[in-house]
Design a protein around this ligand. Sequence first.
Ligand code: NAG
Ligand code: NAG
Ligand code: NAG
Ligand code: NAG
Ligand code: NAG
Ligand code: NAG
Ligand code: NAG
Ligand code: NAG
Ligand code: NAG
Ligand code: NAG
Ligand code: NAG
Ligand code: NAG
Length: 649
Amino acid sequence: MNRPVPIVLLIFVVLLPCSSNIIATYYENDTVHDNYFKGVYADGTILIGVRFKGYPNNTISLRLIYPNGTLNFINNVTIPCNTCDPTKYNPSPLNPNYIIIWYEKSGMIMDWTGNIITSKITQSKCDKFEFVMNERSDRFLIAGYNETSQNILFAEYFINNDGTIGIKAQKNLTFNGVGIKNIIEFKIFLLGDIWGIIYKVDLEEKSEYIYNKKDAFFSLIHNESQNRNLNPSIIKDISFIGVSCISNDINYTCIYVTSYNNTLKLIDINNLTLNNTFNMRSIDLFPFINIYKFESISSTANIIHIIPEIGFLVEVVSNAKTKYLIFNTAEIDYFDTTIKSASGEIIINNNDNDYIGDNLFISNTTVIRAIKRDKSFTYESTDLTTIIPKNNLLNNIHIKQVYPSENDLIEIYTDKMNMTFLNPIDPTIPVYISIYHYHNYEDILRQKFLCTMPFCTISEDSYSLIINLSSNVTFNIPNASYYVEIEDNFVEYKYEIETVPGIKKPKSWNIYTASEYKHPEKDNNDFIIGILRLNPEGTQEFSKLDKNGRNEFFKFMKIDLSKGIPVDDSRIYKVDDIYEHDIVTDSELLLISYRIDLPGENCFNKKSAKEIYDDLNSLIRNDKFITYLDTSNYTKNIDKGYGFQRSCK
Ligand SMILES: *[C@@H]1O[C@H](CO)[C@@H](O)[C@H](O)[C@H]1NC(C)=O
Ligand SMILES: *[C@@H]1O[C@H](CO)[C@@H](O)[C@H](O)[C@H]1NC(C)=O
Ligand SMILES: *[C@@H]1O[C@H](CO)[C@@H](O)[C@H](O)[C@H]1NC(C)=O
Ligand SMILES: *[C@@H]1O[C@H](CO)[C@@H](O)[C@H](O)[C@H]1NC(C)=O
Ligand SMILES: *[C@@H]1O[C@H](CO)[C@@H](O)[C@H](O)[C@H]1NC(C)=O
Ligand SMILES: *[C@@H]1O[C@H](CO)[C@@H](O)[C@H](O)[C@H]1NC(C)=O
Ligand SMILES: *[C@@H]1O[C@H](CO)[C@@H](O)[C@H](O)[C@H]1NC(C)=O
Ligand SMILES: *[C@@H]1O[C@H](CO)[C@@H](O)[C@H](O)[C@H]1NC(C)=O
Ligand SMILES: *[C@@H]1O[C@H](CO)[C@@H](O)[C@H](O)[C@H]1NC(C)=O
Ligand SMILES: *[C@@H]1O[C@H](CO)[C@@H](O)[C@H](O)[C@H]1NC(C)=O
Ligand SMILES: *[C@@H]1O[C@H](CO)[C@@H](O)[C@H](O)[C@H]1NC(C)=O
Ligand SMILES: *[C@@H]1O[C@H](CO)[C@@H](O)[C@H](O)[C@H]1NC(C)=O
């Protein structure tokens, strides 16, 4: 972790080729004072609150952008409070077509035409309030804290078909029957049918819990619970600028920003009981230690956004560049330590945008960003589907796609492979890639090489690793199974201190060759005799063997040649062995000749003798990568330069 990465990060951050569509642009001809980018309806309509300089503090204007791009302006809505702090106005969408504006201790609700349904909805008898709506339904939740009685009052509302407001449920909660003392800050959640609250209490207060100022209590309230007790767990070192939770059936997942190190943590929660107890565990996501700075983001902004049914989009900022990280918590088990966590990322250069922070909405898998330049507001939408990390058969969520995949029946003699990553990559210190032939329950090495030039190159856009096998004999059998293994850290993230784990689980990247193969017409119907030669070392070792040893040697050499080619061992056998004087080394070297027969009915390798001859000759002459022949004790000393020569006999 001592690498000087932040500098690299700042220099190379660029606009990524994620295509954005402009969905609307409009001009505010009066100077905008505050802008509340507040949310999106289930149908995709966007709600924005605007306040103008010089206008009375108790007014707010609203803009709706419908999915068809039409804008609707609701101007000069009067807030029924003359002393309220306008910076705390909180306009929010309320499905299907209402707007709720929360203002300090109360809220008002209107419809899209500006008709006010109620101008005062409140949780009485409280000092501090929080409000949250449900993105998918017409429900909303208000919670209030009464400092005197030390209770928290929750009420969940919904809008009736006739436009009136109904109460779904309310609860008056305490902490172990004795109240909750000195809450300084809290945030609430509507998680399916469950309510959640996260709260920090004043450090001065003595408590039975040992915690520090940066810790918070987290409670869930079961919808059928008759129990008035909150049974909180403690979340360590949490910053309220980033905390969001989603529900997945019966489990809940949250992501939060730690206050000290600006790292991201994931928690998951299960087994909520009627007594409001639950199990919780947490894990660090991506180690973003001290890279991202969140100070520039307003404290009321939330930088952790929910992607419905998928997970989270986290907005991080460094030097006016905004980066969105995407976590697919629905599909990926980030607690599985065998999977190093990956996030999809989009990097946006925010230089000419006045807004950083709470300026985006998520509607299904589309991000809508508000961009302010001078007096114009532009809304751009970006589809996230291609950068959401997905579980895959490779057990490696950093990789989006490989070629060949299991579904591509490749032609034999294919010599190119590639893989595309979720995020831009850079090379690392090269590690090995190995390709195996899986045959008769045996894994036989076809090709092993260091992932560097000339085998590995990274595409210009930094998203792909292109693998050039420099040989066409690797996949040389029709209707055969192969698999690829790659060592850890074979590439690294371009903009992050993160290396990509390898593909280690055997047979996860499988490659199959097609069964159809057109054999060359010529040379099809004759056997072939070829000669190979042992190098001086091999010859010397051979010379030391007694008769039995030599017989053994030839027996295993034949077996290993047949595996390495590969060919049925019934089709290859030794014809002769003789010593020959080699002028170059001035020594006697052993020549061994082999006869390659025509394929029989039951042979898996139906190639002609000439084709087998060519394959073996290429394998022997190869000196660029490691094959099975280089790893077998019987074939490793074959003279590469001599190759496999055609005999005239
Ligand atoms: C607002 O400003 C824009 C751009 O300058 C201009 O096109 C538009 O006519 C103005 N609208 C009004 C109502 O003045
Ligand atoms: C989001 O998905 C839901 C359910 O699939 C659909 O009803 C809704 O129209 C979608 N919203 C947008 C804006 O595409
Ligand atoms: C809104 O109120 C301000 C200040 O009272 C006024 O100047 C402006 O014309 C009003 N705008 C509309 C659209 O009513
Ligand atoms: C766009 O959608 C809104 C809301 O559904 C509708 O009122 C308006 O007529 C639509 N405009 C166009 C041009 O279709
Ligand atoms: C409007 O609100 C701002 C910020 O809360 C405050 O400073 C200002 O005094 C208020 N103006 C009026 C007229 O109340
Ligand atoms: C808090 O609750 C107590 C007792 O129920 C009540 O007397 C007090 O008025 C409440 N505080 C506020 C601010 O409403
Ligand atoms: C909540 O319950 C407490 C008793 O634990 C009671 O003192 C308080 O008045 C109740 N508040 C409301 C609003 O019912
Ligand atoms: C809920 O969590 C438990 C324990 O982690 C897990 O076994 C279960 O599969 C999860 N259920 C769902 C629906 O995610
Ligand atoms: C911050 O990160 C450092 C280095 O990993 C670690 O030693 C320290 O405990 C972290 N601080 C907190 C409050 O988590
Ligand atoms: C969660 O509850 C189920 C039964 O509902 C139980 O089998 C399981 O052990 C519990 N998990 C934990 C982690 O307590
Ligand atoms: C809830 O608490 C009560 C009283 O403490 C206890 O009797 C009961 O078993 C608990 N129920 C669950 C589901 O934990
Ligand atoms: C990967 O290989 C396939 C097949 O040759 C090709 O269609 C695709 O464009 C390649 N992708 C990259 C990024 O080179």
